[in-house]
Design a protein around this ligand. Structure first.
Ligand code: AMP
Length: 585
């Protein structure tokens, strides 16, 4: 049985001495001081994420320390020092400048976890360009929609990914001027070789003046309706990245740190690139996919001290039992944290009993840009809770009123929407080109997260579910609309409705309900064909696992598919209010 509280572990806390007491840290915290702890561009020329992440550590003896420790799929191990990473990213910034790519232009990457990805991200930021990572397992459809909305000017990818997913789209992406291919000979028409371009570029690059409010990062997230949303973040976000790395992950310069998230998603960029480098830690990067034995070996061999991972992976490790980890020496590990989906209380306790460290759950979103709630090293963990607000962050439970306003739910234990007082440095500054959608996220000075939660008497927040139809599968937020649109491309499909079906490991898997056009009969071959098309268009991380054929999908009188009803029926739950249901469905 999971305990309801794990006392703070003495000695675990090393890098946030101000956090000796959570309450005192909150009282003593100010964003102005957090900002002052950063370096700033020389000569008072502003604040640039890449300067904070690499250049400030690159000079002097610190420059010889490893910034990246890269583990290739094939067993290669390559360490890249801070000085080398500074030089490589400066070369990429010079190359961008030479190609006429400037401030505010968007540089996309479609890469696995290879060193070029880190060079691209940091070089683009140095140049004042906006960096946007794409998950390499995406299919052409999500790639096209995101590059079109983001008006990609540059894409860095590999020859294989280019041939499979991008070449066919190029005509439809008029803003895309340059494609740089990593590895291979770039013999592709209209592409340049990443390595030759880097080689020819100068490593002397002065970061141009950067206003903290200049755009820096673009992260796409899905919506329940319409196109994916491009959440914009500015250079000032690094204030939260650095502060939360110290306060919530207890991370410092002598730590070896491993974030298992892919930089194609926000965690893998904010906490897989920026935050650990901003505090001068050594970042382990594993190119390979999840493999339990490999993961334990990495924790052991790299002497990982701080580990940030996700519930789906933890549950997969738990399923295999305690004997496998006991074959490894995990004694270097001093802090373990989790993010992305609800973390079962049992997983927190399992971490303590089997790995020697409990998992500290943290909560945040693409829009928040950084960790907002956490179980801190300096405080008791409540297994099953997402923890308490980061110093400097005010969180609350709210209810939306019919008039568009909100009211605070003061009473502990009552359900409402998790909200944050707007204005923290890493708060998104907009959804690209969608002002109305952005404004809808705020009411009376609060940012409304779309998550339902409650707060207990001690101020810990507990996740209850999403307020909308978004699906969380293996930590990836998936918008049903994007999946439904891809299914509709099949000529036999008349309508599609997509839900998250509970899954013991991945939390949810994507299940689609499909109504076929008149006269078409469902059979196994058709099911496989539609599933295959969806996989090809969307990529395996987003495509449905299951399809069920229905004669008709339940719809409101205004014609909207009632995903909630599909879900209730799937789970055998009460159907709730069906007064708007179109008759007959
Ligand atoms: P994303 O924007 O893709 O990072 O997804 C953010 C969403 O993931 C949140 O709105 C939550 O629904 C979910 N999430 C993130 N962290 C947690 C957590 N610790 N517990 C429960 N859900 C979480």
């Amino acid at each position: 049985m999971a305990r309801d509280r794990i006392s703070k572990s003495k000695g675990a806390l090393q890098h946030s001495p101000s956090m000796a007491s959570y309450e005192a840290a909150r009282r003593g915290f100010s964003w102005t001081e957090a900002r002052a702890a950063l370096d700033g561009l020389p000569g008072g020329r502003g604040l640039n994420i890449a300067h904070e992440a690499v250049d400030r550590h690159a000079k002097g003896p610190q420059g010889r320390r490893s910034a990246l420790c890269w583990l290739g799929k094939d067993g290669t191990r390559r360490e890249v020092s801070y000085a080398e990473l500074a030089a490589l990213s400066s070369r990429f910034a010079s190359a961008l400048r030479g190609l006429g790519v400037g401030k505010g232009d968007t540089v996309f990457s479609l890469l696995g976890r290879v060193p070029a990805l880190y060079v691209t991200a940091l070089g683009a930021l140095k140049n004042g360009s906006v960096f946007c990572p794409l998950f390499s397992a995406f299919g052409p459809e999500p790639i096209e929609s995101r590059m079109a909305i983001g008006e990609a000017r540059v894409l860095v990818t590999t020859p294989q990914l280019y041939a499979r997913k991008v070449r066919g789209l190029r005509d439809r992406l008029p803003a895309l001027e340059q494609v740089l291919l990593v590895g291979g000979d770039a013999a592709e028409a209209g592409c340049l070789g990443f390595e030759p371009v880097l080689e020819a570029a100068s490593e002397d690059f002065e970061i141009p003046p950067t206003d903290p409010e200049d755009r820096a990062l673009l992260h796409f997230t899905s919506g329940t309706t319409g196109r994916p949303k491009g959440a914009l973040h500015v250079h000032e976000a690094v204030v939260v990245h650095a502060a939360s790395a110290r306060l919530a992950l207890d991370l410092g310069p002598e730590d070896v740190y491993w974030c298992t998230a892919d930089p194609g998603w926000v965690t893998g960029t904010s906490y897989g690139i920026v935050a650990p480098l901003a505090v001068g830690a050594t970042l382990v990067v594993d190119e390979a996919e999840f493999e339990p034995e490999r993961w334990y070996r990495i924790l052991q061999d790299e002497k990982v001290r701080v580990w940030y991972t996700a519930p789906t992976a933890i549950r997969m490790l738990m399923k295999l039992g305690p004997n496998l980890p006991r074959r490894f020496d995990l004694s270097a590990l001093r802090f373990a944290a989790s993010v992305g989906e609800p973390l079962n209380p049992e997983a927190v306790v399992w971490g303590r009993d089997v790995l020697g460290r409990p998992f500290h759950d943290t909560w945040w979103q693409t829009e928040t840009g950084g960790i907002m709630l956490a179980n801190f090293a300096a405080a008791d963990i409540k297994p099953g809770s997402m923890g308490r607000p980061l110093p400097g962050i005010e969180a609350a439970i709210l209810r939306r009123r019919a008039d568009g306003g909100v009211e605070l739910v003061e009473e502990p234990g009552r359900e409402g929407e998790l909200a944050l007082k707007a204005g923290w440095p890493s708060m998104f500054r907009g959804y690209l080109g969608e002002e109305a959608r952005y404004r809808k996220c705020f009411a009376e000075g609060w940012y409304l997260s779309g998550d339902l939660a409650r707060r207990d008497e001690e101020g810990y927040f507990w996740f209850l579910g999403r307020a909308d139809d978004m699906i969380k599968s293996a930590g990836h937020l998936i918008g049903p609309f994007e999946v439904e649109s891809a299914l509709m491309e099949h000529p036999a499909v008349a309508e599609a409705g997509v839900i998250g079906k509970p899954d013991p490991v991945a939390m949810e898997t994507v299940k689609a309900f499909v109504a076929l056009k008149p006269g078409i009969r469902p059979d196994e071959a058709l099911r496989r064909e539609i599933l295959g098309l969806a996989r090809e268009r969307l990529g395996p991380a987003v495509a449905p696992r299951e399809i069920a054929f229905l004669d008709d999908l339940p719809k409101t009188r205004s014609g909207k598919i009632m995903r909630r009803l599909l879900k209730a029926r799937e789970l055998g739950l009460a159907e709730g209010d069906t007064s708007t249901l179109e008759s007959g469905a």
